[in-house]
Design a protein around this ligand. Structure first.
Ligand code: FAD
Length: 403
């Protein structure tokens, strides 16, 4: 079972070990739960608890279990607060509040307003897992989960196309705290509960055969997340990323090329375009998703995608490349680049429109095949693909996030 290792993971400096920290805690006194705490001092409703560095995680978990909220952590005799509580925003978030900006997620508009690094690795936000369900149907390959984290009590906000970092608990083989892993956000800025208080991810458990020992190896963070229990705490950083943002232009055309969990940012896009209602954003362009998966049971969010296709046939086009079930023109497996090749003429024409943005997300290996397919079409039209691609990048309408 997971036990978060938040503070020990965030410190980094070994001389922290002898230090004492003071937790300012609210929500304990009214429960009459203070009797068994170390050094409780009441002041204006808060309880102050001195905790040795080595017991910080344990104490934090204990307090959370008791329904208490840690509002600040400061070294005992030190001046610099250790920013790591769910309710304590980092300097950037504080600055935004000071400027009178609303902290709702709907606010970020111009690129300059895009929230980044509100929570950093040395002071992660502690969210709670409220949902973790499988996305792969029977007969599909691997484990892919949809996870939702509650962000209440903090200032973590984001926009579609960004990522968050997750710090898995524990240490690596060198005894160092695990580093964060990035995951594309799969929900809109309003979250799956539409209350601006959650963030969702779509995570595949990494599993591979060790090239020498032939043993099955499972990825640290993806395994942790895929098996995370509802109710468990999770250390979150970010948000980060400005590469995959959705243009505000309601008439834009959005080509989305996804493999596997690369669907995550596009789920956020499509939910914003079609599933949510906004006063200031009513999508009127064409959104075209070309989605590569191994089996039909691996089509993540299949029902939702097909429902959108049915409801908005003029604005949403859905194309699958199912490698183990469909054949390409040469009789081989149908990968995403084959579908892109099949539709290259239409895609090429669409890309000539300055309102068209093309996004690619998923496995790193997908880029070359897609370049080749579109390169051939560019050549047929007397153009050089890499030059055209450069031009699209310059115009901020070619967006790639592969991993
Ligand atoms: P680790 O324990 O870190 O293991 C990874 C390491 O295993 C690799 O570095 C490599 O050394 C080794 N390895 C991996 N495969 C093999 C192999 N076949 N043979 C030999 N060695 C191998 N993932 C998602 O599931 N969903 C997302 O939405 C998502 N979004 C991302 C967005 C961005 C911007 C980035 C950069 C990555 C994203 N990822 C996403 C990937 C994610 O960050 C992690 O890399 C992934 O979950 C694996 O982390 P892990 O801790 O489980 O694996």
């Amino acid at each position: 079972m997971y036990s978060p290792s938040l503070v020990a993971n965030s410190g980094g400096s070994s001389n922290n070990d002898n230090r004492l920290f003071v937790y300012e805690v609210v929500g304990l006194a009214k429960n009459g739960n203070t009797d068994n705490l170390n050094y409780p001092v009441r002041q204006g409703g808060s309880v102050f608890i001195t905790v040795p560095y080595g017991r910080m995680n344990q104490e934090m978990r204990r307090l959370t279990r008791m329904g208490a909220k840690i509002v600040s952590i400061k070294p005992l005799n030190g001046e610099i607060p250790l920013q790591m509580t769910a309710s304590q925003p980092t300097q950037q978030a504080t600055k935004e509040t000071e400027k009178g900006k609303s902290m709702t997620q709907a606010k970020a508009k111009a690129k300059g307003d895009i929230p980044v690094n509100i929570y950093r690795p040395n002071s992660p936000f502690i969210g709670k897992c409220v949902e973790n369900y499988p996305l792969v149907g029977e007969g599909g390959s691997g484990i892919v989960q949809h996870l939702t984290f509650d962000l209440s009590g903090g200032d973590l906000h984001y926009v579609e196309g960004q990522s968050i970092g997750i710090i898995p608990p524990g240490t690596d083989d060198k005894g160092k705290p695990h580093k964060l892993r990035l995951y594309s956000i799969a929900s809109t800025r309003h979250g799956d509960k539409k209350d601006d208080k959650t963030v969702s991810l779509c995570v595949r458990q990494l599993e591979y055969e060790h090239p020498e020992t032939k043993e099955t190896v499972y990825g640290v963070c993806s395994t942790y997340l895929c098996h995370l229990e509802v109710g468990a705490d999770v250390a979150i950083t970010g948000p980060v990323g400005k590469e995959m943002l959705l243009p505000e232009d309601e008439d834009a055309n959005i080509i989305m090329l996804a493999t596997g969990t690369g669907i995550a940012p596009f789920r956020a896009f499509l939910w914003r375009m079609f599933k949510e209602q906004h006063e200031d954003y009513k999508f009127k362009g064409l959104a075209w998703l070309i989605f590569g998966v191994p089996y039909s049971a691996n089509i993540l969010y299949k029902e939702d995608l097909e429902e959108i296709e049915k409801t908005y046939p003029d604005n949403f086009r859905l194309t699958y490349a199912i490698s183990r079930e469909q054949k390409n023109a040469e009789g081989g497996r149908m990968y995403i680049q084959h579908r892109v090749g099949e539709y290259a003429e239409e895609l090429w024409k669409l890309m000539q429109n300055p309102k068209t943005h093309t996004y690619m997300c998923g496995l790193k290996g997908m880029e070359d095949g897609i370049d080749q397919a579109l390169g051939a079409m560019a050549a047929q039209n007397g153009a050089d693909w890499s030059e055209f691609q450069k031009q699209m990048k310059k115009e901020h309408r070619w967006h790639v996030e592969t991993y």
